[in-house]
Write a protein of this length. Structure first.
Length: 365
């Protein structure tokens, strides 16, 4: 059973919290969602040691340092934060022990450490020795079986932070009991990552509307000339059965430049909007086109407008590009729930067990 930080009441937690965050984006939105958890811990006079990562480094790589991220977090929190640029655990322990209650520290990129990717129990023990309890406030990383996400919970009493609790609540509701009709919008890149949700919701969803690379891949399999458009042509075998889905709605026209499909066309915009208007639950992951380039944001705008215009539906969105689009074009606060996760959200919605959440269920009492 998961223990939630919001439910601890007056229970004494301990003096030092080891908190797993996720700084692995260019904007600060994920940091912003963690602020309520950090403020709660500081109000309880806890010292906070934040763990996070950036990129997929192989050992130390200066470009992936968290020094600048620690400065961004300090501005958001409105509090001085000390950055720890090394992994000398004995020294770190002394620093934490001597710090005043309410002090905040950010450790250098946890992925610089040998053993982080391997879910090392040896490394987990060293990290656990630095604190009295652990808080997972990194839903976007919770689908990774990494030491600072999973193994560490074996050695510390562990809790889900406020944002992670919201993720579990909203995503679980959509998986277990979505209002019908349920419609899923898929786009963006990484077409293979969307296979799980397509298969899991095959019976639960009433419609799948598909743009971006997943649509290009399916159109190519159907024999449509997609020119030089992005598609997972080496994944044909996995995508082929999806063409039998009668619930699948694919683009019927496109915006093309230099032999590449870069957005859905106006007739497809109307087709997708009509489908969205009938839905009572909408899940969106991935923009319809290359919205970063002027002129190719129209498809995503049409989808977003259709979703927020449907006042009878619960809308859920997630994924880095989708969130970036929603924030840039002013739709972010008009959705029912926006997940901090991309791959983690897709895996959760596909019915898969996330190592970080499973670890909380089995954590040290």
């Amino acid at each position: 059973m998961i223990r939630y930080l919001s439910k601890v009441g007056k229970k004494r937690l301990g003096s030092t919290a080891v908190v797993r965050l996720d700084f692995n984006t260019e904007d600060t939105w994920r940091m912003e969602t963690a602020i309520p958890t950090l403020k709660f811990l500081l109000k309880r006079k806890c010292k906070v040691l934040a763990l996070s990562h950036r990129g997929r480094p192989k050992g130390f790589e200066k470009k992936f340092s968290l020094r600048k991220d620690s400065q961004k977090l300090a501005r958001l929190l409105g509090k001085k934060i000390s950055f720890i640029p090394h992994f000398r655990f004995g020294d770190i322990k002394k620093i934490l022990d001597q710090a005043n209650p309410g002090s905040v520290f950010v450790l250098e990129n946890i992925r610089f450490l040998k053993g982080e990717y391997q879910n090392s129990r040896e490394l987990a023990k060293k990290l656990a020795h630095l604190g009295d309890f652990y808080v997972n406030e990194g839903f976007p990383i919770s689908h990774r079986n990494d030491t600072s996400v999973a193994a560490i919970t074996e050695f510390l009493p562990s809790y889900a932070g406020f944002q992670l609790e919201r993720e579990i609540k909203y995503l679980s509701h959509v998986v277990a009991n979505p209002k019908k009709p349920t419609l899923i919008v898929l786009g963006g890149g990484k077409a293979g990552d969307k296979l799980g949700i397509l298969k899991f919701f095959r019976k639960k969803a009433d419609r799948f509307i598909v743009g971006g690379e997943p649509a290009n891949t399916l159109l190519w399999i159907k024999g449509v000339d997609i020119g030089d458009s992005l598609a997972e042509k080496d994944n044909r075998k996995a995508f082929l059965p999806l063409l039998k889905y009668k619930k699948l709605v694919l683009p019927i026209d496109y915006h093309i430049k230099n032999k590449r499909i870069l957005d859905i066309g106006p007739r497809t915009e109307k087709l997708f909007a009509a489908e969205i208007s009938k839905a009572r639950t909408v899940i969106w992951n991935g923009p319809m086109g290359l919205f970063e380039k002027k002129g190719f944001e129209r498809g995503s705008l049409a989808v977003a407008r259709a979703i927020v215009s449907n006042k009878k539906c619960f809308s859920l969105a997630g994924g880095g590009e989708t969130v970036m689009f929603l924030r840039e074009y002013g739709f972010f606060n008009k959705f029912g729930f926006v997940s901090t996760g991309g791959g983690a959200m897709l895996e959760f919605l596909a019915g898969e067990k996330l190592p970080g959440i499973e670890a909380l269920e089995k954590s040290k009492k």
